[in-house]
Design a protein. Structure first.
Length: 509
């Protein structure tokens, strides 16, 4: 294309030269003070103006092409300003990276041909360098490149199976990314060259193996204590109003498909606690229950600043609930939480006579694993900790249960009766690398151990105004993440002591 432009320019000069020397006549035209000139227009469209000086009446004739316009088309003796305009030249749909037209100026017996050139072939631009982050689900992404230049896109051979260029236009190229179904990030450097061979852009693309990165989606609130019934002063024993509030802390839409919600296996407070002989805390989160939000990639959008409500039962506790017979009844609680607008609820397929309630109008999370044989209830004194995590696309419920068992781990049970060496059962582990947020809940005065690494949460939060075990004042209180007043964003320092307000009024109250 570089040679093509030189050929066009040479042709324009040759045509002007063929007019011969200016005849011995007082009729002549000068363009910007010169006898010969070309008019160059930017490839993205625009106009160019120049002055002429004539000794008499003059006219301009074009070559019949419609891609450019000019004004005025004639004038009289003296000076005048001519403006030539053109729309954007789509060099990517054209057989050539340049186009040329000719204007013929006449004044008496004197004529002059001037070339009008619009070219994207030989433009010289300052190369750009940028990095583009892509989520695991992939899809179409537009990337800015220098405008006004015809270009080619070079993608490394090793990356051509998962990234391709699907469209090019001035200043913008469109890339398509396949879904990343591996457990690794993948990276490629895409080189953009002008058609004359100059590198004009380097674009490093980095595709994640997950759709949500750490701290983008946060546990904003956990309501585990439940609302006391006026008749008893304590919550419903089997079907408490409990919930998680998971919030998008970014300025873009996130997709919560396959997001795991994890409850720790072991209590971290109280009179009995476990000391593991081969601790896993530096690499894994212990898990006694693992729930998964259903979806295949982009089925569960969460808008910026919006939240998902994951409820124990998606009902209005102020109205109670009856399904069929008294075995499926939840007592009216005038102080309870309205969870009827929950996005999901957790449901346990009971294997004994204690039956969980399933609300058909609200989808269930997938229960990948649960220690309970009947109803799964959050520890209402706050002895358990919670995390959310994103597993790689290749991990299914079946492969998780097969590959991430934590059974048969040896530990010492410390109790009032003494210390006893025992073996763990009914437990799983989740890699720390999957975790995007974690919250340690406890009762500070009786805390004995940690379930999660301090790299995930260096502090703790609680719902116990008296800071004692079985605190009767804990009911109706939650733990809520603080908001930065200067940004409106949730605070996340990976330290729940700093990030959370303990003993909070539930946000859904």
């Amino acid at each position: 294309m570089k040679n093509e432009k030189y050929l066009i320019l040479g042709l324009a000069v040759a045509l002007c030269a063929c007019e011969g020397d200016r005849p011995d006549s007082i009729d002549f035209i000068q363009i910007d003070g010169k006898d010969t000139a070309d008019i160059e227009l930017p490839v993205e469209g625009g106009e160019a103006s120049f002055s002429i000086s004539a000794t008499g009446y003059w006219t301009i004739a074009d070559d019949g092409q419609s891609w450019y316009t000019y004004s005025p088309q004639n004038g009289g003796e003296g000076d005048a300003v001519i403006t030539v305009s053109a729309e954007e030249f789509d060099v990517f749909s054209s057989a050539s990276a340049s186009r040329i037209g000719f204007l013929t100026f006449s004044c008496g017996s004197y004529t002059k041909k001037v070339a009008v050139i619009q070219s994207g072939a030989g433009a010289s631009v300052e190369p750009t360098d940028q990095t583009v982050a892509v989520r695991a689900y992939g899809g179409e992404i537009s990337v800015e490149v220098p405008s006004g230049v015809a270009y080619t896109v070079s993608i490394p051979t090793a990356a051509q199976s998962w990234v391709s260029c699907t469209a090019r236009e001035s200043g913008l190229m469109t890339l398509w990314f396949e879904q990343n179904q591996t457990s690794d990030y993948r990276t490629a450097e895409i080189i953009v060259n002008s058609t004359s061979g100059q590198e004009i852009a380097s674009v490093t693309v980095k595709q994640s193996w997950r759709n949500i990165e750490p701290s983008e989606m946060l546990i904003e609130e956990i309501y585990f204590t439940g609302t006391p019934l006026p008749s008893t002063g304590v919550p419903n024993g089997k079907n408490k109003d409990q919930y998680f509030l998971l919030t998008n802390n970014t300025d873009e839409t996130l997709y919560a498909d396959r997001l795991l919600i994890i409850e720790s296996k072991n209590a971290n407070a109280g009179k009995t606690w476990k000391e593991f002989l081969d601790p896993i805390i530096d690499d894994y989160c212990e898990a006694g229950a693992v729930m998964c939000i259903p979806g295949t990639g982009q089925d569960v959008p969460v808008l910026p600043g919006e939240s998902l409500i994951i409820a124990s039962n998606a009902i209005n506790y102020r109205e109670g609930y009856t399904q069929g017979n008294s075995d499926f009844m939840i007592e009216i609680n005038p102080d309870g939480i309205d969870l009827s607008q929950a996005d999901f609820e957790w449901y346990t397929q009971s294997t004994n006579s204690t039956i969980d309630i399933d609300i058909p109008e609200v989808p269930n999370v997938e229960m990948w694993y649960c220690y309970s044989l009947s109803i799964f209830i959050l520890h209402d004194r706050g002895f358990q900790s919670y995390a959310i995590a994103t597993p790689p696309a290749e991990v299914t419920q079946e492969s998780f249960l097969a590959d991430y068992s934590w059974e048969n781990a040896d530990y010492i049970s410390h109790s009032l009766a003494g210390d006893f060496e025992m073996t763990l059962t009914d437990a799983y582990k989740v890699p720390n690398s999957w975790v995007i947020d974690a919250v340690m809940c406890t009762v500070p005065s009786i805390n004995q151990t940690r379930q999660f690494s301090t790299t995930l949460d260096a502090g703790y939060t609680y719902a116990s105004p008296q800071n004692i075990d079985a605190d009767s004042q804990r009911y109706g209180l939650s733990v809520r993440r603080r908001t930065d007043p200067s940004t409106g964003r949730l605070i996340d320092t990976n330290n729940s002591t700093n990030d959370f307000t303990p003993n909070s009024i539930p946000s859904l109250k």
